[in-house]
Design a protein around this ligand. Structure first.
Ligand code: PLP
Length: 444
């Protein structure tokens, strides 16, 4: 069970890591028997928690019947059922296409939008406006709409870096505007960008309704959403919501955008869709978009593992468990408890500020000076130290140095949606110890 000193396998980070042995609910154990609380639900994907027997049994039953059937040759029942069950929860977005992950789901959204433009006689529309900072995936196409000062320039010659507007990081602004006025101001930047690029060349705008990886549970003011939709409609531009992290109940509603009654044209899903039990992603779009593309000859997309029967069986069981266990309501209720607890920690540790989030996607910022919004010096590596100090104490948190836009270290607490009030207490105890150690180490 020992980790090889020089394994053949490599990952996107360099640090050595313990070997995972087993997991159950919100807990994970490594091969030495050490226990961790999964306070980040893996990559904010294990929504229903680890070791769910219903999901495992559904996958086993499907594997016994048929593990793979190529979509060119066959329909499969789990994919048909999951598409029906998703469509029932997504009014107006009832055409579903399955892929294997979040980046692929975003790629599929971009390509569907482009094919829609061609099919509807608008071939000059190809630009997709994104935001800085943002995260939409790690493939060449999804990186093209991602705003990240390190990732974007590394690959921009190989794909196409798309126009970006600032993300509505309203808590960092120091002006005299109200939050709602700031929301409108950030949304208006989309119109300015469309006009600068030439409205006839702009195809779509992509955004996460609640920012995840790049902005740690950033919730825009209400005014942002209606103004964005208004601008998209004014210029005939498609609105793509990337709900890879926020979808399937994470924020206390089925989609993150549901909190504002948003009506996007295309939505990407992954992560919580299969809750980590199998690689799965999806796009959901309206018939207005899909119809012309299919009429033109078909969607030019298709991976070997698309609509995989075992992955879709996992997705179907995850949706059923989400309903049976009332996880969306639990996410909403426990999210309030979690945010209140985080506010308490912020009072105890003033360098932790700007607590935010919805449901069980919560976040905070780390500052040298929280009033003047001065970030911690980059050399302190506060985000890495926070992760490591928490990990030592048996707590997994999600922390990042934001690169692009106003720099900062932030972190998210996003446990599985099955989390109980007592378990939130347990998380907060460990997080408090972690922040105390961080303060002592970095002299905060
Ligand atoms: N889009 C969003 C909003 C994400 O948060 C992520 C992953 O964190 C992705 C896309 C990419 O998903 P994946 O890592 O499954 O490729």
């Amino acid at each position: 069970m020992n980790v090889q000193t020089k394994p053949n396998l490599f990952h996107f980070t360099r640090a050595p890591r313990p070997l995972i042995d087993r997991a159950d609910g919100i807990y994970m154990w490594d091969a030495t028997g050490k226990r961790y609380i999964d306070g980040s639900s893996g990559a904010v994907n294990v929504n229903i928690g680890h070791g769910n027997r219903t999901v495992i049994d559904a996958m086993k039953r499907q594997m016994d019947r048929v593990s793979f059937a190529y979509t060119i040759h066959f329909e499969n029942q789990p994919a048909l059922d999951l598409a029906r069950d998703l469509a029932a929860r997504l009014p107006g977005l009832d055409r579903i296409y399955f892929v294997s992950g979040g980046s692929e789901a975003v790629e599929a959204c971009l390509k569907l939008a482009r094919q829609w433009a061609i099919a509807t006689g608008q071939p000059n529309r190809w630009k997709i406006i994104g935001r800085m900072p943002s995260y939409h995936g790690i493939t060449i196409g999804s990186l093209g709409v991602t705003g990240d000062a390190v990732l974007t320039p590394a690959f921009e010659q190989m794909g196409h870096a798309m126009p970006l507007i600032p993300a509505p990081v309203v808590h960092r602004d120091r002006d005299n505007l109200s939050l709602e006025q700031r929301g409108t101001r950030y949304a208006d930047m989309l119109e300015e960008k469309i006009l600068a690029e030439g409205p006839e060349s702009v195809l779509a705008f992509i955004m996460e309704p609640i920012g995840g990886a790049a902005t740690a549970a950033l919730v825009p003011p209400d005014s942002y959403f209606s103004r964005i939709r208004e601008i998209c409609d004014k210029y005939g531009i498609l609105l793509i919501h990337d709900e890879v992290m926020t979808g399937i109940g994470r924020t206390g509603a089925f989609l993150g955008g549901d909190h504002w009654g948003c009506k996007p044209d295309i939505v990407s899903l992954s992560k919580g869709l299969s809750s980590g039990y199998a690689p799965l992603g999806a796009l959901a779009a309206s018939e207005r978009i899909v119809g012309p593309v299919l009429a033109m000859g078909g969607f030019l997309h298709g991976h070997t593992y698309g609509a995989n029967p075992v992955a879709c069986a996992a997705g179907g069981a995850v949706l059923a468990e989400t309903d049976r266990l009332g996880l969306i309501d639990n996410a909403a209720a426990m999210g309030e408890v979690l945010k209140a607890e985080l506010e308490g920690l912020s009072a105890r540790f003033p360098f932790v500020a700007d607590i935010r989030g919805k449901g069980l996607l919560t976040g905070a910022e780390l500052y040298a000076d929280p009033v003047a919004k001065v970030p911690l010096p980059r050399e302190l590596n506060a985000n890495v130290r926070l992760i490591d100090l928490a990990f030592e104490r048996g707590l997994i948190v999600y922390s990042r140095r934001v690169k692009g836009g106003p720099e900062s270290d932030n972190f998210m607490v996003a446990p599985p949606l099955i989390v109980t009030r007592e378990q939130i207490g347990e998380i907060m105890g460990l997080l408090g110890d972690t922040l105390e150690a961080l303060a002592a180490e970095l002299d905060l």
